[in-house]
Design a protein around this ligand. Structure first.
Ligand code: DAH
Length: 384
């Protein structure tokens, strides 16, 4: 900055010469015009309007001028700065408009694009069916109980009163599991293959009954859904891996009437208020007496029996659909599981979920349930 000087002529101060001021203004305007982005414009703005810009420095010189020269120089610098600010604002508006237009194109969302390229899945109907049945009992206060799929032979058979040579042991066609302790005997004899490993893939959910009784003090009210295994070939009506649901109630004074009432309540909850069950004598080692349980055909309600005009696919016009097995828990089972049969009695039943799914939804081939084709599962997707 020059020192105050009374005889000072602004024209003499280099930075305040009119052509210099014009040059500064024109350079600023040219820099703004050349800025091709808002960032570049910001740099040009700092360079040409900031505190160290040529025009700002020139402006500072004015203070050192004699009073008569101040107005003239001030006017010139002021006009130049005004033009620069105007030019800046105009370019700023231009670049912002360009940016907004570009963002609209670049960040556009095509709301017409399909949104469902990843189709919604569906829970497997076996799962929903099992939960549906279990819920009937949970709402009555039963507890869900689970046991291992790889089960001790003792729980699967012995605790349930299957004698060592009981034909059911073969009848059930069991998968015996090779375990570390029995896999490599010195004689090279695989104990698993002749059924001596003591470990099986459970052939039914009934071993959970024994576990539940050993785990708790009576009264016991449990429902046990789960996967079971038998050495069947996979075909339209068999699968080596399938599902059962088991029920066990142990309390003082339970009778066959409680079993019957519970079964009726279950089929009414699942299939409608006018449903009922019937029991036919049968034999299971772990129940005495034992029965086969049938439910009224929920489609024809028995009306197809002896009525050729009203044949029923669901029950083959038999009026009843076979569900599974049931009975009063054999006192020997109670004893094996630490429950006093003099004080307590119990009832139990078990049935297959695949079968229920087949007749409830007219699934004709069991393989559809295991093959994992979503075209089978998806129609069940609306069931919760
Ligand atoms: N565990 C039997 C089976 O797999 C079914 C069964 C029968 C279960 C009678 C029971 C019962 O609880 O009481 O064939």
């Amino acid at each position: 900055m020059s020192a105050p000087n009374k005889s000072y002529d602004p024209v003499e101060v280099e930075a305040l010469k009119p052509e210099q001021i014009e040059r500064m203004r024109d350079e600023a305007l040219a820099a703004f015009a050349a800025a091709d982005s808002l960032d570049a414009l910001h740099e040009a703005k700092v360079a040409h309007t900031g505190p160290t810009s040529p025009l700002a420095l020139a402006n500072r010189e004015i203070g050192a001028l004699p009073p008569h020269a101040k107005a003239d120089a001030g006017k010139r610098v002021g006009q130049a700065r005004g033009a620069v600010n105007k030019g800046l604002a105009a370019r700023q508006a231009e670049l912002e408009a360009e940016r907004d237009a570009r963002v609209l194109v670049e960040e556009a969302v095509d709301v017409t694009l399909p949104y469902d390229r990843v189709p919604a899945g569906a829970r497997h109907p076996l799962t929903t069916m099992m939960e549906r049945v279990a819920d009937v009992f949970v709402s009555m206060g039963y507890e869900i109980a689970e046991g291992p799929e790889v089960e001790a032979e003792w729980f699967n058979f012995d605790a349930l009163n299957f004698g060592p040579d009981h034909p059911a042991r073969q009848m059930q066609d069991t998968f015996f599991v090779q375990t570390a302790s029995n896999s490599g005997s010195a004689a090279g004899k695989g104990a698993d293959s002749d059924g001596e490993s003591g470990v099986v893939l459970r052939t039914h959910t009934s071993p959970v009954q024994a576990r539940a009784m050993l785990d708790r003090e009576p009264p016991v009210y449990v429902v046990c859904p789960g996967r079971v295994f038998r050495t069947d070939e996979l075909d339209a009506t068999h699968t080596p891996v399938f599902h059962q649901i088991e029920l066990l109630a142990v309390d003082e004074g339970l009778t066959m009437a409680d079993l019957k009432g519970t079964l009726d309540h279950m089929v009414q909850s699942l299939f409608g208020a006018d449903m009922k069950t019937r029991l036919r004598p049968n034999y299971f080692p772990f129940t005495e007496p034992s029965a086969e349980m049938d439910m009224l055909c929920y489609v024809c309600k028995g009306e197809s029996v002896g009525n050729p005009d009203r044949s029923c696919r669901t029950c083959s016009s038999e009026g009843w659909i076979e569900l599974g097995g049931c009975g009063m828990v054999n006192p020997r089972v109670l004893t094996a599981c630490g429950v006093d049969p003099e004080k307590y009695s119990g009832f139990a039943f078990g049935f297959g979920i695949e079968r229920m799914l087949m007749f409830r939804h007219n699934v004709e081939d069991m393989r559809d349930m295991v093959e994992g084709d979503v075209r089978f599962t998806r129609p069940f997707g609306m069931e919760i």
